[in-house]
Ligand binder design. Structure first.
Ligand code: GLP
Length: 264
């Protein structure tokens, strides 16, 4: 494990994806144990996308081995395409149930994903209700984040304000291009999405930003070393007292202060 010393965001660099999954799963299990022991419950903010899948596999393995229970855990996912049917295989809700929730001992009522089938005129009230539900649960103990190639966290696209809350957003061209494979082609990718806001994310007690692979290296450099700016919403994490970027070597390869040679 290595750390990038001059970074503006605390950075942990591991050799590969398996190490990353183990390390972050360890951290999540520790948070679940501590929060449930102290307060009788734990609230996790979770991300869809490919990056967390190894972590989710680790969590399932540990839950099924009896090492950790999700019976007292509540989850809130970051975002969802809009409009999309909840049972559409490309919806984040369906993907998360398939890849994680169905294999845990979590009560279904404790799982929250923004509803992609909310009628447009009901979206503002649904977004306000999502914020209230997070607050009523006690706020996020731990927030897991991926990063888009445009620097987004959740679907907080470039230009999103630091004080933004859960809302309907227009997706960026890069985001829609990157999602084209799942939807068959770019034209079929929804143009909008519901995302929790930057301010909502920053209220989490602990944040883990994950990135793997060379294709994320340039945006990771900007997120970790760049000036805080709304063009790269991940830079807002620099102001959080307990946020860490967990990177594999490829994603960390452009961090200038690493000299490109992280230790194993
Ligand atoms: C998606 C989601 C994010 C996700 C990010 C990275 O579009 N809105 O929540 O973290 O982009 O996705 P991936 O992990 O597949 O690279």
């Amino acid at each position: 494990m290595a750390a990038s010393e001059g970074a503006r965001l605390r950075t942990v660099i591991v050799p590969d994806a398996e190490d990353l999954a183990r390390l972050v799963a360890d951290r999540i299990v520790a948070v679940i144990r501590r929060a449930t022991a102290e307060r009788g419950r734990c609230v996790l903010g979770l991300a869809a996308g490919s990056t967390p899948l190894g972590i989710y596999e680790e969590l399932i393995r540990r839950c099924q081995a009896g090492e950790v229970s999700f019976a007292k855990v509540a989850t809130f996912n970051l975002d969802e395409y809009w409009p999309i049917a909840p049972d559409d295989p490309r919806s984040f809700r369906r993907a998360m149930w398939h890849q994680l929730f169905a294999q845990l001992d979590i009560p279904p009522k404790s799982v929250h994903v923004p509803a992609g089938d909310t009628p447009r005129d009901a979206v503002p009230a649904a977004c306000a209700a999502y914020e209230r539900a997070i607050r009523a649960a006690g706020g996020m103990d731990f927030q897991l984040l991926g990063i888009g190639r445009d620097g987004h966290i959740g679907f907080n696209e470039p230009g999103s304000a630091a004080d933004s809350r859960t809302r309907l957003v227009t997706l960026d061209a890069i985001t829609r291009r990157d999602a084209a494979a799942q939807f068959g082609d770019e034209a079929s990718v929804p143009r909008e999405a519901i995302t929790i806001g930057v301010a909502t994310i920053l209220e989490a007690r602990e944040i883990a930003l994950l990135a793997m692979g060379e294709r994320k290296a340039e945006i990771v450099r900007r997120a970790v070393e760049g000036e805080p700016a709304a063009e790269v919403t991940a830079t807002f994490l620099q102001r959080h007292p307990n946020a860490t970027a967990y990177l594999d070597r490829a994603a960390a390869s452009r961090l200038t202060r690493m000299g490109g040679q992280p230790e194993g």
